[in-house]
Structure formats: structure tokens, C-alpha cells
Design a protein. Structure first.
Length: 180
């Protein structure tokens, strides 16, 4: 894998489902190096599937009722959404996000029983901010809507609620059993 026009080269190696390395380098040196190794039994474990469910199961009804019921009139007034929302595309998006979050959580945050609340807060801060930066600011900047401040307020509130609900659930899904 390479991208010669920009002077970048990349190497991706995958060792089964448990380990991968991605290295991207320029002529000047290493640009990015990512290594991920799933712990024994992590990939496709019960905790993985519980974490996926902890994201998808609350996110779908929250998103559905928030955007298409509770605040439908406000979104309609913005003139942003199509009249025939394609719900399966939203579900696919949520499923992909859930897979990524379920995979990354034990790599980035403590799963110790005593740390679950602190780890949930960190997840909320990191991925809530990331989601807000992907889903609120660029949409407000690109799409023709008025007033923009109303959209930003609605979507900021939704993002805060979504991650306030899902972060502790994902943390609980990955929490190690309490030691006796």
C-alpha cells in the first residue's frame, strides 16, 4: 500500500483477529504508527457484544425520538432533513460506531471494577467531543439552514445526552468482576 504523489508509504500487517500494525511514513520519517492487540478473549467476547449493544440499543431510540418525534418541528423548521429519512442507513452507521467503540474501549480505558465510572467519564469526554466535532460543527458549516445556532444547540444537547447514556453502559459492559 503506498501513496507516492504525497511521498507517503504505508504498511498494514494483520496477524489473525488479535493483532494489527499500521505504519505510515513520509520521506522525512514516521508520520503515524498504530498498533493494536486485543487481549486474550477480547475480540468477539461476551463483553464485546454487550458493549456493542450498550451503544446501539439506546442510541437508536434516542436518535429516533429526538430527531423524528420530540424535536421534529424544530428540525423541520431548519429545512435540513429529507422528508423520507432512510432509517436503515442510520442503523448501519450506529452499528459501525458501536463496533469501533466496543473494540477500542478496552484498548483505551481501564476495565478495572474500581475504575468503571472514571473510565466512563473519559469515554464520554473523548468520544462525545469527537462525535460533536464530526457531526455538529461540519454539518452547521456546510448545510443551508437557519438559524445555525438552533441546530448547534439541538445537536449539542443530543450528543451530550447520547454519550451520557452510552458511556456508562459501555463501561459497565467491559467492567471486570469485583474481586472478593
Amino acid at each position: 500500500m503506498g501513496h507516492e504523489e504525497r511521498g507517503l508509504a504505508g504498511v498494514l500487517t494483520i496477524e489473525g483477529l488479535s493483532h494489527f500494525n499500521l505504519q505510515i511514513a513520509s520521506e522525512e520519517g514516521m508520520v503515524c504508527k498504530i498498533q493494536a492487540k486485543m487481549g486474550k478473549g477480547t475480540w468477539m467476547s461476551k463483553k464485546f457484544w454487550l458493549a456493542l449493544a450498550a451503544y446501539v440499543l439506546p442510541t437508536f431510540p434516542l436518535g429516533f425520538f429526538w430527531h423524528l418525534s420530540t424535536f421534529k418541528a424544530q428540525y423541520d423548521a431548519l429545512g435540513l432533513y429529507r422528508p423520507d429519512v432512510i432509517i436503515p442507513m442510520g442503523l448501519i452507521s450506529m452499528f459501525i460506531q458501536g463496533l469501533i467503540f466496543a473494540y477500542l474501549y478496552p484498548q483505551l480505558f481501564s476495565t478495572a471494577n474500581s475504575d468503571w465510572l472514571k473510565s466512563a467519564f473519559k469515554f464520554f469526554m473523548v468520544f462525545g467531543a469527537l462525535a460533536w466535532s464530526f457531526l455538529v460543527l461540519p454539518v452547521a458549516a456546510k448545510y443551508n439552514m437557519a438559524p445555525v445556532a438552533r441546530f448547534v444547540a439541538l445537536e449539542t444537547a443530543f450528543t451530550l445526552l447520547q454519550y451520557a447514556v452510552t458511556a456508562p453502559l459501555i463501561a459497565l459492559a467491559w467492567r471486570e468482576p469485583k474481586l472478593s
